[in-house]
Design a protein around this ligand. Structure first.
Ligand SMILES: [Zn+2]
Length: 419
């Protein structure tokens, strides 16, 4: 006989609305109040402390590891068994909303409260956690905390990463009081579940609140620095120029052309940073820098896209007489989630009477890192306004958030009772 629980919807919503006050800012572009809680800033530290308070109030055992990931445990009957882990992140981009990452963490805490209220004891320990620097905005590497936990990035490398001001992850962890002692390579969980907003339009388009995620598409981030030659705008003949700005602009246009062609499958390419050094009206740009974010649900087509961009850059360099330096910022392959746990999530949603669709994730998530160490799956929650995210317009309704967290709660309950 499967036990079923329902989370407290109002309590979950109240927590979401409370945490969004931390790091709140007025967004000029939208006129809305957004959330700016970059990893390991004072705002992030304050939000971390609030979450730890909630974890302690729920009677959980809290620990912090050496990369600042925070875990809270609800003991099971047999503590020798690997736990069931829930988690996500509470850091945001500079123009963030109230739901990205936060829903999975506060939802996980709400699951714990719900189990407490129902007086339910589980066979296995249940944990809820949040991972450091998921967004990668401040220190340039996304999913940092979970990647360290999964062993993809060594702790020493992660702690030495710097922000634009030259501050290191390690020093910032110490400064905000989250330089923990627990080993970053945590005990391997029985399973990991992450509830997260979809950040896309598919669920709303299908008229459902719930998505069961089949996997995460491949992500590739690169930084290009183009070295040209500064020269007089009026006297330098067009044919003699080494225009770094022109080469950069050509890369932007080519990236879009690649997406519009059918050669690279469902490629998505974005140049989110584009800068021209010098910045004088009457001087040909000497240097330009840009970042390219590539996404693809197929690994072979991602490789083809990367190779094409590299050869295109080679042609540009020859054509314009510029030098182009590449730096790989991040690369992750397609990560398929555990089929058995996907099916368990589907059965749970069925039992709750909640319709769902199965989807691939367009965004990167901590779950893709943790999938390397234990069976992992994700629940998506529909968003409004086309699922827009990384802007203060990001919004998921109280009902959708609660339904997703109900699926999380009951799936965790089943996993935690597996012998
Ligand atoms: Zn997120």
């Amino acid at each position: 006989m499967t036990r079923m629980v329902r989370i407290n919807r109002d309590r979950l919503w109240a927590s979401l609305m409370e945490l969004k006050q931390i790091g709140a800012y007025h967004d000029q572009a939208t006129g809305l109040r957004g959330v700016r809680r970059l990893a390991l800033t004072d705002a992030d530290a304050q939000a971390r402390r609030r979450c730890v308070d909630w974890m302690l109030q729920a009677g959980l055992e809290v620990r912090v590891d050496r990369i600042g990931n925070v875990y809270a445990t609800r003991p099971g009957r047999d503590r020798s068994l690997p736990c069931v882990l829930m988690g996500s992140h509470i850091d945001t981009v500079a123009t963030g909303g109230a739901f990205d990452g936060t829903l999975g963490v506060l939802g996980g805490i709400e699951v714990m409260r719900t189990l407490n209220d129902a007086g339910i004891q589980t066979l296995r320990d249940i944990e809820v956690g949040f991972f450091t620097e998921e967004e990668g905005v401040r220190f340039g590497t996304d999913m940092l905390g979970s990647a360290v936990t999964a062993g993809r990035i060594p702790l020493e490398v992660a702690r030495k990463l710097t922000d634009e001001a030259g501050k290191t992850v390690g020093d910032e962890l110490i400064r905000i009081g989250f330089d923990g002692e627990a080993h970053e390579r945590r005990p391997v969980p029985h399973a990991y579940l992450e509830c997260h907003i979809e950040q896309g339009p598919i669920l709303a388009g299908a008229g459902v609140d719930i998505g069961i995620v089949e996997g995460v598409q491949s992500i590739s981030w690169q930084r290009l620095t183009i070295h040209g030659e500064a020269a007089h705008a009026g006297t330098t003949p067009i044919a003699s120029r080494h225009d770094a700005g022109l080469a950069a602009a050509s890369v932007v246009v080519e990236a879009r052309r690649m997406c519009d062609s059918s050669d690279f499958g469902q490629l998505r390419a974005t140049v989110g940073n584009l800068g021209i050094g010098g910045g004088q009206t009457n001087v040909i740009p000497r240097q330009a820098t840009l970042t390219i974010d590539l996404r693809n649900p197929a690994d072979d087509l991602m490789t083809a896209a990367e190779q094409h961009l590299a050869s295109y850059a080679g042609e540009l360099a020859a054509q314009h007489g510029v030098r182009i330096a590449w730096e790989r910022m991040a690369k992750t392959a397609v990560v398929p989630f555990h089929p058995g746990i996907q099916d368990l999530l589907a059965a749970t949603a069925d039992d709750l009477g909640l319709p769902y669709v199965r989807v691939m994730s367009g965004a990167g998530h901590d779950a893709q890192e943790i999938a390397a160490i234990c069976p992992t799956a994700m629940v998506f929650v529909a968003g409004e306004n086309g699922g827009i995210s990384h802007t203060p317009r990001e919004y998921s309704s109280p009902g959708a958030c609660a339904n997703g967290t109900d699926v999380l709660a009951n799936a965790v309950l089943r996993l935690a009772d597996q012998p």
